[in-house]
Ligand binder design. Structure first.
Ligand SMILES: NC(=O)c1ccc[n+]([C@@H]2O[C@H](COP(=O)([O-])OP(=O)(O)OC[C@H]3O[C@@H](n4cnc5c(N)ncnc54)[C@H](OP(=O)(O)O)[C@@H]3O)[C@@H](O)[C@H]2O)c1
Length: 274
């Protein structure tokens, strides 16, 4: 169990029949961290497994080179294609979902197992607490190295900290520039040693993407605005996700890892919209 820490996550949502080919392309382009979910409504996890098998077969990567992350999704976030028995207790659903993910991905463990979202938008409920303890059990049994939570507010995290003696290794949230790039949650994470994963960095932030001064700076730096956004995200401690379907964008997104932004630009971008 020795996967390297991820630097950029390739997201596999909404790719349906193209999941296998695009994930394989992403691995060939150099992505080594993959984000998926056992939620057939938005992800085709077995397609990710097909891509992994093809990449192993062609010696592109070995399992040890990879960071594989998947999620447990409550029934309310699923369609009829559930990866568990809906009548089973929540803890059992967690175990069944992860067992199915492990099978889809052709592995014996994942690197990170994430609660896709709490059961209520407003609080960390008793069901969430039961699910979190079941996730810890899966981790202790070696079926995942690390645990995470997604789509959480500061309130969820504070309640979680009060209810459990262990916080997640990862928080994965949609990152709105208009909310200081999720400033409150990021600060909580930073104080507790939690790694913050940000998604929708481009799509949720059109005001940043079309900010004329940023386009001029990007041009001067021989980069694109999306590359600046990803480099900025890393500079403020965000582990970024991209779900691009375009091979050129795959290369550009990875190349942003080589980009270092001047501190005054990072500061300006952090408060660009909120
Ligand atoms: N936890 C959750 O609830 C949750 C929710 C949403 C997403 N996610 C995860 O996050 C991943 C990413 O999702 P996302 O919401 O960030 O959106 P996304 O699906 O990655 O969409 C990104 C958009 O940005 C464009 N793009 C990417 N790189 C670009 C570049 N270099 N230049 C120009 N355009 C570029 C893409 O277009 P092209 O395809 O044309 O490049 C696409 O339209 C998902 O696949 C999923 O794994 C998790």
């Amino acid at each position: 169990m020795s996967s390297p820490p991820p630097t950029f996550l390739y997201g596999t949502a909404w790719k349906e029949d193209r999941t296998a080919s695009l994930t394989e392309l992403a691995l060939r382009a150099g992505f080594r961290a993959i984000d998926t979910a056992n939620q057939r409504r938005h992800y085709f996890e077995a397609g990710v497994g097909e891509a992994l098998a093809a990449a192993y077969r062609d010696s592109i990567v070995t399992r040890d080179d990879l960071f594989l992350q998947t999620k447990f999704t409550y029934a309310r976030g699923q369609d009829h294609r559930l990866p568990y028995d809906p009548q089973a207790k929540p803890g059992m659903q967690v175990a069944q979902s992860l067992a199915s993910s492990i099978e889809h991905l052709g592995t014996d463990h994942v690197d990170s197992f994430v609660l896709h979202g709490p059961s209520s938008n407003y609080s960390w409920t008793d069901v969430d607490a039961e699910v979190w303890e079941a996730m810890r059990h899966e981790r202790d049994a070696g079926r995942t190295r690390l645990l995470g939570v997604s789509n959480v507010s500061l309130g969820h995290l504070e309640q979680m900290a009060g209810a459990h003696n262990e916080l997640p290794a990862y928080v994965q949230n949609r990152c709105f520039a208009s909310q200081g790039w999720d400033r409150e949650v990021r600060q909580f994470c930073q104080q507790r040693g939690i790694i913050y994963q940000g998604f929708s960095l481009l799509t949720a932030n059109q005001e940043v993407m079309h900010h004329p001064p940023l386009a001029a700076i990007a041009e001067k730096m021989n980069a694109t605005v999306p590359q600046l956004v990803f480099a900025f995200a890393r500079a403020i401690g965000i582990l970024p996700l991209t779900g691009t379907s375009n091979p050129d964008h795959m290369r550009q997104d990875l190349a942003s890892l080589q980009l270092t932004l001047p501190p005054e630009l990072v500061e300006a971008m952090e408060s660009i919209a909120g």
